[in-house]
Ligand binder design. Structure first.
Ligand code: ATP
Length: 420
Protein backbone atom coordinates (compact mmCIF):
# COMPACT_ATOMS: atom_id res chain seq x y z
CA UNK A 1 0.00 0.00 0.00
CA UNK A 2 1.61 3.24 -1.13
CA UNK A 3 -0.16 6.16 0.50
CA UNK A 4 0.12 9.78 -0.51
CA UNK A 5 1.09 12.04 2.37
CA UNK A 6 -0.19 15.53 1.75
CA UNK A 7 1.85 18.46 3.08
CA UNK A 8 0.31 21.90 3.40
CA UNK A 9 0.16 25.11 5.40
CA UNK A 10 -2.69 27.01 6.89
CA UNK A 11 -2.45 30.56 8.26
CA UNK A 12 -0.45 33.68 7.51
CA UNK A 13 3.23 34.25 6.76
CA UNK A 14 5.87 31.85 5.50
CA UNK A 15 6.17 30.15 2.17
CA UNK A 16 2.87 29.64 0.42
CA UNK A 17 1.04 32.44 2.31
CA UNK A 18 -0.43 35.24 0.26
CA UNK A 19 0.88 38.82 0.78
CA UNK A 20 -0.53 40.62 3.87
CA UNK A 21 -2.89 42.79 1.76
CA UNK A 22 -4.34 39.66 0.23
CA UNK A 23 -4.58 38.15 3.69
CA UNK A 24 -6.71 41.07 4.88
CA UNK A 25 -8.94 40.67 1.85
CA UNK A 26 -9.07 37.02 2.45
CA UNK A 27 -9.99 37.57 6.12
CA UNK A 28 -12.77 39.91 5.13
CA UNK A 29 -13.93 37.45 2.56
CA UNK A 30 -13.82 34.68 5.14
CA UNK A 31 -15.82 36.73 7.59
CA UNK A 32 -18.47 37.27 4.97
CA UNK A 33 -18.39 33.64 4.20
CA UNK A 34 -18.14 32.61 7.88
CA UNK A 35 -21.53 31.05 7.93
CA UNK A 36 -20.99 29.01 4.84
CA UNK A 37 -17.39 28.16 5.92
CA UNK A 38 -18.49 26.74 9.24
CA UNK A 39 -21.27 24.83 7.58
CA UNK A 40 -18.84 23.46 5.00
CA UNK A 41 -16.37 22.40 7.66
CA UNK A 42 -19.07 20.75 9.70
CA UNK A 43 -20.41 18.85 6.70
CA UNK A 44 -16.89 17.74 5.72
CA UNK A 45 -16.78 15.73 8.95
CA UNK A 46 -19.15 13.34 7.26
CA UNK A 47 -17.07 12.99 4.10
CA UNK A 48 -15.52 9.63 3.53
CA UNK A 49 -11.77 9.87 3.06
CA UNK A 50 -10.06 7.08 1.20
CA UNK A 51 -6.38 6.44 0.63
CA UNK A 52 -4.66 6.94 -2.66
CA UNK A 53 -2.57 4.06 -3.95
CA UNK A 54 0.35 4.28 -6.29
CA UNK A 55 1.14 1.11 -8.20
CA UNK A 56 4.92 0.91 -8.49
CA UNK A 57 5.86 -1.20 -11.49
CA UNK A 58 9.01 -2.49 -9.87
CA UNK A 59 9.44 -6.25 -10.02
CA UNK A 60 12.16 -6.44 -7.38
CA UNK A 61 10.12 -4.65 -4.74
CA UNK A 62 6.99 -6.47 -5.91
CA UNK A 63 8.63 -9.89 -5.42
CA UNK A 64 10.11 -8.82 -2.08
CA UNK A 65 6.65 -7.63 -0.97
CA UNK A 66 4.98 -10.93 -1.87
CA UNK A 67 7.74 -13.05 -0.30
CA UNK A 68 7.56 -11.20 3.02
CA UNK A 69 3.77 -11.23 2.90
CA UNK A 70 3.71 -15.00 2.29
CA UNK A 71 6.26 -15.58 5.08
CA UNK A 72 4.12 -13.62 7.51
CA UNK A 73 0.94 -15.44 6.46
CA UNK A 74 2.81 -18.76 6.85
CA UNK A 75 4.09 -17.72 10.27
CA UNK A 76 0.65 -16.63 11.47
CA UNK A 77 -1.24 -19.67 10.18
CA UNK A 78 1.48 -22.32 10.63
CA UNK A 79 3.23 -21.26 13.82
CA UNK A 80 0.80 -19.03 15.69
CA UNK A 81 -2.47 -20.83 14.94
CA UNK A 82 -1.64 -24.44 14.02
CA UNK A 83 1.51 -25.14 16.04
CA UNK A 84 1.02 -22.86 19.07
CA UNK A 85 -2.79 -22.97 18.95
CA UNK A 86 -3.02 -19.20 19.21
CA UNK A 87 -6.82 -19.42 19.09
CA UNK A 88 -6.91 -21.09 22.52
CA UNK A 89 -7.00 -19.80 26.05
CA UNK A 90 -4.59 -21.85 28.20
CA UNK A 91 -4.43 -22.95 31.82
CA UNK A 92 -1.13 -24.07 33.33
CA UNK A 93 -2.24 -23.76 36.94
CA UNK A 94 -2.62 -27.48 37.30
CA UNK A 95 -3.71 -28.97 40.62
CA UNK A 96 -2.41 -32.45 41.07
CA UNK A 97 -2.07 -35.33 43.49
CA UNK A 98 0.23 -38.36 43.20
CA UNK A 99 -0.20 -41.63 45.10
CA UNK A 100 2.28 -44.49 44.75
CA UNK A 101 2.29 -48.14 45.74
CA UNK A 102 5.21 -50.52 45.33
CA UNK A 103 4.93 -54.30 45.14
CA UNK A 104 7.43 -57.15 45.05
CA UNK A 105 9.03 -59.60 47.49
CA UNK A 106 12.71 -60.49 47.86
CA UNK A 107 14.89 -62.72 50.07
CA UNK A 108 18.40 -62.01 51.38
CA UNK A 109 20.78 -64.39 53.09
CA UNK A 110 23.88 -62.72 54.52
CA UNK A 111 26.32 -63.80 57.23
CA UNK A 112 25.36 -60.78 59.42
CA UNK A 113 21.58 -61.05 59.31
CA UNK A 114 20.85 -64.59 58.05
CA UNK A 115 17.77 -65.32 55.96
CA UNK A 116 15.45 -62.32 55.64
CA UNK A 117 12.30 -61.79 53.63
CA UNK A 118 11.70 -58.27 52.36
CA UNK A 119 8.28 -56.94 51.39
CA UNK A 120 7.26 -53.39 50.37
CA UNK A 121 6.60 -52.54 54.01
CA UNK A 122 10.32 -53.25 54.73
CA UNK A 123 12.14 -51.68 51.81
CA UNK A 124 9.90 -48.72 50.92
CA UNK A 125 10.89 -45.73 53.02
CA UNK A 126 8.25 -43.03 52.59
CA UNK A 127 9.93 -40.13 50.81
CA UNK A 128 7.49 -37.46 52.06
CA UNK A 129 8.91 -35.29 54.85
CA UNK A 130 5.61 -35.53 56.69
CA UNK A 131 5.74 -39.30 56.94
CA UNK A 132 9.36 -39.20 58.09
CA UNK A 133 8.52 -36.83 60.98
CA UNK A 134 5.82 -39.20 62.13
CA UNK A 135 8.33 -42.00 62.11
CA UNK A 136 10.78 -40.06 64.30
CA UNK A 137 8.05 -39.15 66.74
CA UNK A 138 7.09 -42.77 67.41
CA UNK A 139 10.68 -43.76 68.04
CA UNK A 140 11.90 -40.88 70.20
CA UNK A 141 9.99 -41.69 73.42
CA UNK A 142 11.49 -45.17 73.33
CA UNK A 143 15.01 -43.76 73.16
CA UNK A 144 14.47 -41.16 75.82
CA UNK A 145 12.94 -43.52 78.36
CA UNK A 146 15.26 -46.41 77.70
CA UNK A 147 18.49 -44.55 77.31
CA UNK A 148 19.25 -44.38 81.03
CA UNK A 149 18.51 -48.06 81.68
CA UNK A 150 20.57 -49.19 78.74
CA UNK A 151 24.31 -49.65 78.96
CA UNK A 152 24.95 -47.31 76.11
CA UNK A 153 28.38 -46.22 77.24
CA UNK A 154 30.95 -47.29 74.75
CA UNK A 155 34.67 -46.67 74.92
CA UNK A 156 36.28 -46.11 71.58
CA UNK A 157 39.23 -44.24 70.24
CA UNK A 158 37.46 -42.56 67.31
CA UNK A 159 33.74 -42.27 67.06
CA UNK A 160 30.94 -39.81 67.09
CA UNK A 161 28.88 -39.64 70.22
CA UNK A 162 28.39 -37.63 73.35
CA UNK A 163 31.49 -37.56 75.58
CA UNK A 164 30.79 -38.74 79.13
CA UNK A 165 33.92 -36.98 80.47
CA UNK A 166 35.59 -40.13 81.77
CA UNK A 167 38.85 -41.61 80.59
CA UNK A 168 39.06 -45.41 80.48
CA UNK A 169 41.87 -47.95 80.29
CA UNK A 170 44.47 -45.45 81.29
CA UNK A 171 47.79 -47.06 82.22
CA UNK A 172 51.45 -46.18 82.01
CA UNK A 173 51.66 -47.30 78.35
CA UNK A 174 48.74 -45.31 76.98
CA UNK A 175 46.76 -42.17 77.56
CA UNK A 176 43.58 -44.27 77.67
CA UNK A 177 40.38 -43.78 75.69
CA UNK A 178 37.47 -41.41 76.07
CA UNK A 179 34.12 -42.82 77.08
CA UNK A 180 31.12 -41.79 74.99
CA UNK A 181 27.39 -42.38 75.10
CA UNK A 182 26.22 -44.20 72.01
CA UNK A 183 24.87 -47.46 70.65
CA UNK A 184 27.16 -50.49 70.92
CA UNK A 185 28.71 -51.79 68.82
CA UNK A 186 29.52 -48.69 66.83
CA UNK A 187 28.80 -48.68 63.14
CA UNK A 188 31.31 -50.59 61.07
CA UNK A 189 32.32 -49.38 57.65
CA UNK A 190 31.39 -51.78 54.86
CA UNK A 191 31.83 -51.36 51.16
CA UNK A 192 28.41 -51.73 49.58
CA UNK A 193 27.64 -55.11 48.11
CA UNK A 194 28.18 -55.07 44.34
CA UNK A 195 24.77 -55.12 42.60
CA UNK A 196 21.47 -55.17 44.47
CA UNK A 197 21.14 -57.12 47.71
CA UNK A 198 17.47 -57.52 46.87
CA UNK A 199 18.35 -59.44 43.74
CA UNK A 200 15.01 -59.27 41.96
CA UNK A 201 14.35 -55.61 42.86
CA UNK A 202 14.30 -54.62 39.20
CA UNK A 203 11.16 -56.73 38.77
CA UNK A 204 9.30 -54.85 41.50
CA UNK A 205 6.45 -52.78 40.22
CA UNK A 206 5.29 -49.31 41.14
CA UNK A 207 1.73 -48.11 40.70
CA UNK A 208 1.58 -44.34 40.13
CA UNK A 209 -1.89 -42.89 40.57
CA UNK A 210 -2.14 -39.27 39.43
CA UNK A 211 -5.15 -36.94 39.51
CA UNK A 212 -5.08 -33.54 37.83
CA UNK A 213 -7.41 -30.55 37.66
CA UNK A 214 -7.51 -27.48 35.43
CA UNK A 215 -9.65 -25.14 37.53
CA UNK A 216 -10.08 -22.54 34.78
CA UNK A 217 -11.91 -25.07 32.61
CA UNK A 218 -13.42 -27.08 35.51
CA UNK A 219 -11.69 -30.17 34.12
CA UNK A 220 -10.32 -33.12 36.09
CA UNK A 221 -8.92 -36.50 35.14
CA UNK A 222 -6.75 -39.40 36.36
CA UNK A 223 -3.95 -41.26 34.58
CA UNK A 224 -5.61 -44.65 35.14
CA UNK A 225 -7.28 -45.89 31.98
CA UNK A 226 -11.06 -45.71 32.23
CA UNK A 227 -12.16 -49.26 31.63
CA UNK A 228 -14.78 -51.65 32.98
CA UNK A 229 -12.21 -54.49 33.08
CA UNK A 230 -11.49 -54.98 36.83
CA UNK A 231 -8.42 -57.10 36.18
CA UNK A 232 -6.77 -54.52 33.87
CA UNK A 233 -4.41 -53.19 36.57
CA UNK A 234 -3.41 -56.69 37.67
CA UNK A 235 -2.28 -57.63 34.15
CA UNK A 236 -0.99 -54.48 32.52
CA UNK A 237 2.55 -53.05 32.56
CA UNK A 238 3.38 -49.66 31.11
CA UNK A 239 4.68 -49.74 27.56
CA UNK A 240 4.91 -46.67 25.31
CA UNK A 241 3.51 -48.58 22.34
CA UNK A 242 1.27 -51.31 23.77
CA UNK A 243 -0.02 -49.88 27.07
CA UNK A 244 0.65 -46.12 27.18
CA UNK A 245 -2.20 -45.60 29.67
CA UNK A 246 -1.24 -48.33 32.13
CA UNK A 247 0.02 -46.71 35.39
CA UNK A 248 2.06 -49.73 36.60
CA UNK A 249 5.80 -49.58 35.89
CA UNK A 250 8.55 -52.18 36.33
CA UNK A 251 11.53 -50.61 38.17
CA UNK A 252 14.03 -52.08 35.70
CA UNK A 253 12.09 -50.54 32.79
CA UNK A 254 12.07 -47.11 34.47
CA UNK A 255 15.88 -47.01 34.88
CA UNK A 256 16.29 -48.38 31.37
CA UNK A 257 14.10 -45.60 29.97
CA UNK A 258 16.28 -43.12 31.86
CA UNK A 259 19.20 -44.81 29.97
CA UNK A 260 20.79 -46.43 33.06
CA UNK A 261 21.20 -49.99 34.18
CA UNK A 262 19.29 -50.92 37.34
CA UNK A 263 22.12 -53.23 38.53
CA UNK A 264 24.69 -50.38 38.28
CA UNK A 265 22.42 -47.88 40.00
CA UNK A 266 21.52 -50.20 42.85
CA UNK A 267 25.13 -50.49 44.13
CA UNK A 268 25.47 -46.84 45.18
CA UNK A 269 21.85 -45.79 44.75
CA UNK A 270 20.53 -42.93 42.67
CA UNK A 271 17.67 -40.64 41.95
CA UNK A 272 15.26 -41.02 39.06
CA UNK A 273 12.84 -38.31 37.94
CA UNK A 274 9.49 -39.38 36.54
CA UNK A 275 7.80 -36.51 34.76
CA UNK A 276 4.09 -36.89 34.07
CA UNK A 277 3.15 -34.41 31.39
CA UNK A 278 -0.44 -33.51 30.53
CA UNK A 279 -0.84 -31.53 27.34
CA UNK A 280 -4.57 -31.38 26.75
CA UNK A 281 -6.43 -29.88 23.83
CA UNK A 282 -9.86 -29.66 25.42
CA UNK A 283 -11.46 -28.74 22.05
CA UNK A 284 -10.86 -32.37 21.02
CA UNK A 285 -12.75 -33.72 24.03
CA UNK A 286 -12.23 -35.46 27.36
CA UNK A 287 -11.00 -38.76 25.94
CA UNK A 288 -8.10 -37.09 24.07
CA UNK A 289 -6.47 -35.78 27.25
CA UNK A 290 -3.79 -38.31 28.20
CA UNK A 291 -0.58 -38.20 30.22
CA UNK A 292 2.88 -38.77 28.82
CA UNK A 293 5.77 -40.07 30.91
CA UNK A 294 9.40 -39.00 30.75
CA UNK A 295 12.19 -40.63 32.77
CA UNK A 296 15.53 -39.13 33.60
CA UNK A 297 18.34 -39.70 36.11
CA UNK A 298 18.67 -36.67 38.38
CA UNK A 299 21.79 -37.32 40.53
CA UNK A 300 24.33 -36.79 37.78
CA UNK A 301 25.91 -33.81 36.09
CA UNK A 302 26.77 -33.31 32.43
CA UNK A 303 30.52 -33.39 33.10
CA UNK A 304 30.17 -36.83 34.77
CA UNK A 305 32.84 -35.87 37.31
CA UNK A 306 30.60 -35.16 40.29
CA UNK A 307 31.41 -36.92 43.54
CA UNK A 308 27.85 -36.46 44.74
CA UNK A 309 26.27 -39.25 42.68
CA UNK A 310 24.30 -41.95 44.46
CA UNK A 311 21.77 -42.00 47.23
CA UNK A 312 21.96 -43.58 50.70
CA UNK A 313 20.65 -42.98 54.18
CA UNK A 314 20.60 -44.69 57.58
CA UNK A 315 17.58 -46.44 58.88
CA UNK A 316 17.09 -48.31 62.21
CA UNK A 317 14.75 -51.01 63.47
CA UNK A 318 14.24 -51.28 67.23
CA UNK A 319 13.38 -54.34 69.28
CA UNK A 320 13.73 -55.82 72.79
CA UNK A 321 15.19 -59.13 73.85
CA UNK A 322 13.59 -61.59 76.27
CA UNK A 323 14.93 -59.69 79.26
CA UNK A 324 13.47 -56.40 78.05
CA UNK A 325 16.73 -54.85 76.87
CA UNK A 326 16.40 -52.58 73.86
CA UNK A 327 18.37 -53.26 70.73
CA UNK A 328 18.44 -51.77 67.33
CA UNK A 329 19.57 -52.86 63.90
CA UNK A 330 21.14 -50.04 61.99
CA UNK A 331 21.02 -50.19 58.19
CA UNK A 332 22.88 -47.97 55.85
CA UNK A 333 20.69 -48.41 52.81
CA UNK A 334 21.47 -47.63 49.21
CA UNK A 335 18.44 -47.26 47.04
CA UNK A 336 16.72 -45.64 44.13
CA UNK A 337 14.71 -42.60 44.98
CA UNK A 338 11.83 -41.74 42.64
CA UNK A 339 10.91 -38.08 42.28
CA UNK A 340 7.56 -37.77 40.58
CA UNK A 341 6.86 -34.40 38.96
CA UNK A 342 3.62 -33.40 37.25
CA UNK A 343 3.37 -30.75 34.58
CA UNK A 344 0.21 -29.82 32.77
CA UNK A 345 -1.19 -27.43 30.23
CA UNK A 346 -4.71 -27.29 28.82
CA UNK A 347 -6.10 -25.16 26.03
CA UNK A 348 -9.60 -24.34 24.84
CA UNK A 349 -10.93 -22.06 22.07
CA UNK A 350 -11.55 -18.48 23.13
CA UNK A 351 -12.43 -15.45 21.03
CA UNK A 352 -10.04 -13.12 22.90
CA UNK A 353 -6.67 -14.75 22.03
CA UNK A 354 -8.00 -15.41 18.51
CA UNK A 355 -8.79 -11.69 18.01
CA UNK A 356 -5.45 -10.61 19.51
CA UNK A 357 -3.46 -12.92 17.24
CA UNK A 358 -5.42 -11.94 14.11
CA UNK A 359 -4.91 -8.24 14.93
CA UNK A 360 -1.18 -8.66 15.50
CA UNK A 361 -0.97 -10.57 12.20
CA UNK A 362 -2.66 -7.68 10.39
CA UNK A 363 -0.33 -5.19 12.07
CA UNK A 364 2.64 -7.21 10.84
CA UNK A 365 1.23 -7.08 7.29
CA UNK A 366 1.14 -3.27 7.60
CA UNK A 367 4.80 -3.31 8.56
CA UNK A 368 5.59 -5.08 5.26
CA UNK A 369 4.18 -2.11 3.32
CA UNK A 370 6.27 0.29 5.37
CA UNK A 371 9.41 -1.79 4.80
CA UNK A 372 8.83 -2.07 1.03
CA UNK A 373 8.13 1.70 0.84
CA UNK A 374 11.53 2.32 2.41
CA UNK A 375 13.23 -0.03 -0.04
CA UNK A 376 11.42 1.54 -3.00
CA UNK A 377 12.07 5.14 -2.00
CA UNK A 378 15.58 4.94 -0.60
CA UNK A 379 17.29 1.86 -2.03
CA UNK A 380 16.04 1.73 -5.63
CA UNK A 381 17.79 3.70 -8.39
CA UNK A 382 14.56 5.45 -9.38
CA UNK A 383 13.74 6.22 -5.78
CA UNK A 384 13.57 9.97 -6.44
CA UNK A 385 10.91 9.67 -9.11
CA UNK A 386 8.84 7.41 -6.83
CA UNK A 387 9.26 9.93 -4.02
CA UNK A 388 7.94 12.76 -6.20
CA UNK A 389 4.83 10.78 -6.98
CA UNK A 390 4.34 9.57 -3.45
CA UNK A 391 4.72 12.88 -1.63
CA UNK A 392 2.68 15.73 -3.07
CA UNK A 393 2.98 19.28 -1.78
CA UNK A 394 -0.47 20.90 -1.61
CA UNK A 395 0.10 24.65 -1.25
CA UNK A 396 -2.44 27.37 -0.64
CA UNK A 397 -4.08 28.36 -3.88
CA UNK A 398 -5.81 31.75 -4.29
CA UNK A 399 -8.33 30.35 -6.71
CA UNK A 400 -9.40 27.66 -4.24
CA UNK A 401 -9.13 29.55 -1.00
CA UNK A 402 -10.96 27.35 1.37
CA UNK A 403 -11.52 24.06 -0.23
CA UNK A 404 -12.93 21.04 1.47
CA UNK A 405 -9.82 19.08 0.57
CA UNK A 406 -7.58 21.62 2.25
CA UNK A 407 -9.72 21.72 5.39
CA UNK A 408 -9.93 17.98 5.48
CA UNK A 409 -6.12 17.74 5.26
CA UNK A 410 -5.64 20.23 8.10
CA UNK A 411 -8.24 18.57 10.25
CA UNK A 412 -6.60 15.20 9.83
CA UNK A 413 -3.19 16.66 10.46
CA UNK A 414 -4.14 18.38 13.68
CA UNK A 415 -5.95 15.34 14.94
CA UNK A 416 -2.65 13.54 14.42
CA UNK A 417 -3.77 11.08 11.79
CA UNK A 418 -0.64 9.67 10.27
CA UNK A 419 -1.06 7.13 7.50
CA UNK A 420 1.76 4.85 6.48
N1 ATP B 1 2.79 -51.84 42.53
C1 ATP B 1 1.82 -52.55 41.96
N2 ATP B 1 2.15 -53.48 41.07
C2 ATP B 1 1.22 -54.21 40.48
N3 ATP B 1 -0.09 -54.10 40.72
C3 ATP B 1 -0.49 -53.21 41.61
C4 ATP B 1 0.45 -52.38 42.27
N4 ATP B 1 -0.22 -51.57 43.09
C5 ATP B 1 -1.52 -51.87 42.95
N5 ATP B 1 -1.68 -52.86 42.07
C6 ATP B 1 -2.94 -53.46 41.65
O1 ATP B 1 -3.76 -52.42 41.14
C7 ATP B 1 -5.08 -52.63 41.57
C8 ATP B 1 -5.62 -51.38 42.22
O2 ATP B 1 -4.79 -51.08 43.31
P1 ATP B 1 -5.39 -50.26 44.56
O3 ATP B 1 -4.27 -49.92 45.42
O4 ATP B 1 -6.23 -49.16 44.02
O5 ATP B 1 -6.39 -51.32 45.20
P2 ATP B 1 -6.15 -52.32 46.43
O6 ATP B 1 -7.28 -53.28 46.41
O7 ATP B 1 -5.93 -51.56 47.66
O8 ATP B 1 -4.80 -53.07 46.01
P3 ATP B 1 -3.99 -54.12 46.86
O9 ATP B 1 -4.72 -54.45 48.08
O10 ATP B 1 -3.78 -55.30 45.94
O11 ATP B 1 -2.70 -53.44 47.14
C9 ATP B 1 -5.09 -53.83 42.47
O12 ATP B 1 -5.53 -54.94 41.71
C10 ATP B 1 -3.66 -54.02 42.85
O13 ATP B 1 -3.35 -55.39 43.03
Amino acid sequence: MLTVIVHGRWGSGGVGCPPPADCAALAAHCCRMAGSCLKGRFLSLFDYKTEKYIVAKNKKVGVLYRVIQLSIIGYIIGWVFVSKKGYQETDEAIQSSVITKLKGVSVTNTSESGLLVWGPEDYVIPPQVKTFTQYVQTIRPLLETEISSLKLKCSVVFSSGIMSGRCLRKDENSNGTCEIYGWCPIERKFKPHRGPLLTNAENFTIYIKNFIQFPKFKFSKSNVLETSDDSYLKKCRYDEELHPYCPIFRLGDITQRARYNFQDMSTFGGSIGIMISWNCDLDKGYSHCHPQYYFTRLDISVSNTTIATGFNFRHARYFKNATGESYRSLFKVYGVRFNIMVHGKAGMFSIIPTAINVASGLALMGAVTFFCDMVLLYLMKKGNSYRERKFEDCRYDKQHRSTDAEFSFSFSKYLGFIHL
